[in-house]
Design a protein around this ligand. Structure first.
Ligand SMILES: Cc1cc2nc3c(=O)[nH]c(=O)nc-3n(C[C@H](O)[C@H](O)[C@H](O)COP(=O)(O)O)c2cc1C
Length: 184
């Protein structure tokens, strides 16, 4: 079967190993046409633990975290993306992004988006002192630490970076970006 044509610029989406809103984020990816998905090693493990399938649309491309230098980030240098979404963003990825560390595929795409002036949306999941999250065996209660909440607050000060804290906010941010792109 012929490969679907690749339209550029397109969405870039980084999936991290946060079980919180993992399934819902996957559903949002599937609703987007023309998306490249960057999967952290932890996200690939969480995917298996939740027995989820990526099941991406034919117009999507998938990049896994298999190289030390994050080779696929080269796409950012060629203007392939109009927007990066990091969702769900684990507290690990948020912390690394805040401190300028880029040693995974997800943190590398965040850093390269910043350096290439591609607008970013980050769905930070550790955003309340107490919350319910999904473990492989069901819902559990977790208590994000002060450092997790502080890092989310710090990320909000980054240029061209929209930090959202709920699925509804993420959906609205994506819809607003789609509308802005349609109207040039
Ligand atoms: C089933 C499962 C669920 C997890 N859920 C979360 C979560 O909701 N939030 C979080 O910050 N980390 C969560 N983790 C831990 C992250 O996967 C871990 O910190 C990992 O190092 C993140 O790597 P990444 O940021 O490169 O994807 C979870 C781990 C497992 C195994």
């Amino acid at each position: 079967m012929a490969r679907a044509s690749i339209i550029k610029p397109r969405w870039a989406w980084a999936l991290t190993g946060s079980g919180h809103y993992f399934t819902q984020s996957l559903a949002m990816i599937r609703d987007l046409a023309d998306v490249d998905v960057f999967v952290s090693k932890a996200a690939a493990e969480v995917l298996r633990m939740y027995r989820e399938e990526l099941a991406l649309p034919p117009t999507a491309r998938l990049y896994r975290d298999t190289t030390a230098s994050a080779v696929p980030v080269g796409n950012f240098y060629h203007g392939d993306y109009h927007t990066l979404v990091v969702a769900p963003a684990s507290s690990n990825t948020v912390a690394k992004c805040v401190f300028g560390i880029s040693d995974t595929l997800a943190t590398n795409v965040f850093a390269q988006a910043g350096k290439c002036r591609v607008p970013v949306m980050v769905f930070a999941c550790d955003t309340a002192p107490e919350q319910e999250t999904r473990a492989p065996e069901g819902m559990v209660k977790v208590y994000p630490r002060a450092i997790d909440l502080e890092n989310t607050a710090r990320l909000k000060a980054f240029a061209a970076t929209q930090v959202v804290e709920t699925l509804a906010e993420l959906g609205a941010a994506i819809a607003a970006r789609q509308a802005a792109l349609r109207h040039g």
